[in-house]
Design a protein around this ligand. Sequence first.
Ligand SMILES: *Cc1c(COP(=O)(O)O)cnc(C)c1O
Length: 425
Amino acid sequence: MDSFVYKNGRLFAEGVDVARIAEQVGTPVYIYSKATFMDHLKKIQAAYAGIDTTACYSIKACGNINILRLLARAGSGFDIVSGGELYRAQQAGADMKKIVFAGVGKTDKEIIEALNAGIAWFNIESEQELENLIKLCKQHGKKTKAALRVNPDIKYDSHRHITTGVKETKFGVDIERAQKVFAQYAANGAVELSAIHVHLGSGGKTIDPYVNGVKKVMPLIDDLRKKGYTIDTLDLGGGYGADYETDTVPSAADYASGIVPLLKEKKLKLILEPGKSIIANAGLLLTRTLFKKTGGEKTFVIVDAGMNDLIRPCLYDAFHFIWPAVVDKKFVPEKRTKDIEMSDMETVDVVGPICESTDYFAKDRTLPPVQRGDLVAIFTAGAYGFSMAGNYNARPMPAEVLVEGDTFRIIRKRQTYDDLVTLEK
Ligand SMILES: *Cc1c(COP(=O)(O)O)cnc(C)c1O
């Protein structure tokens, strides 16, 4: 579900005509719907209500402090991966007791900042990292809790001898090694190692990898408990799918139906780290058509947003549904899908103005006819859109707008030329 809908051929974000935002704020502009991301958060919270769960929104997906503040007030915790994200969480008034700090390369400075802030959990990726955290805690007179990240790719069964060693990645430790980490470090007096973290990727079209991942770490938790270690929490990290096309991923309730019974049986608390499943389809990038150019076999729609504003198509070959913001009624799309068939459409490449062949949003896309000056919406751009934006080609970063019912406000101003050089003076 999201709140971007066409009314009489005009695209609305909740109760606001997006063309009105473009007039007042300019383009390119990121537009977020509060109702959409709040709805996603609430659905996650409701789906897991049967067990003690903290949903920790992953700040890196979209870290605008105005959005974080709304999520924090609704009870969200946060998943951070840097000192900068900790700072964002603090600026948003987040509850530090609901923050988990993940990432393979935390610096001492970042760790000390997080200890001083009193965050709840550190996710531990290696023995050295744990040693360092223990050392810093002792030096600074702090205590904290930690979750050991185990790599669920390692099968906890007869296949283990095949996979051990080769599956060692920079993330986490394998299950066999996890036992040793507990034996060696559990009694350290500073860092309470009482959770297991598994990161199961970023969501596919079924819940199976998640359920299987949880099942795979349960024997480890049983073993550790038998040996006398307290394991009270499972951090089920990694994201969940988002609807880049309408209704293509499992709902929070679907995931919970597979996961909650497994944790309930073991009396485990749960930490979730949703990013794009909360914010992806709560945001779109609105851009204006600068030119239309037909060259050889191809027609190019050249828009005023570029890969510096939204890099996902270039970086991941990601699909974003794209559609003009004002269309003849016959072109109102019923669903956002890869292959829409209507008559009188045109096949075009939607590209940005940057001098790189990777500066595109869509290739060979069938769209209603678009003319110079037309507004075009790039949907499901809320996650890893603005948060990955940059200034390449000395392009000021776009504004961000939050829509709430019939009103909207700028939650981040468009950068100015002066912003581009101010740190250089
Ligand atoms: C990025 C990240 C997530 C969220 O991923 P999404 O795909 O945006 O949901 C969750 N946990 C950790 C540790 C991450 O780094």
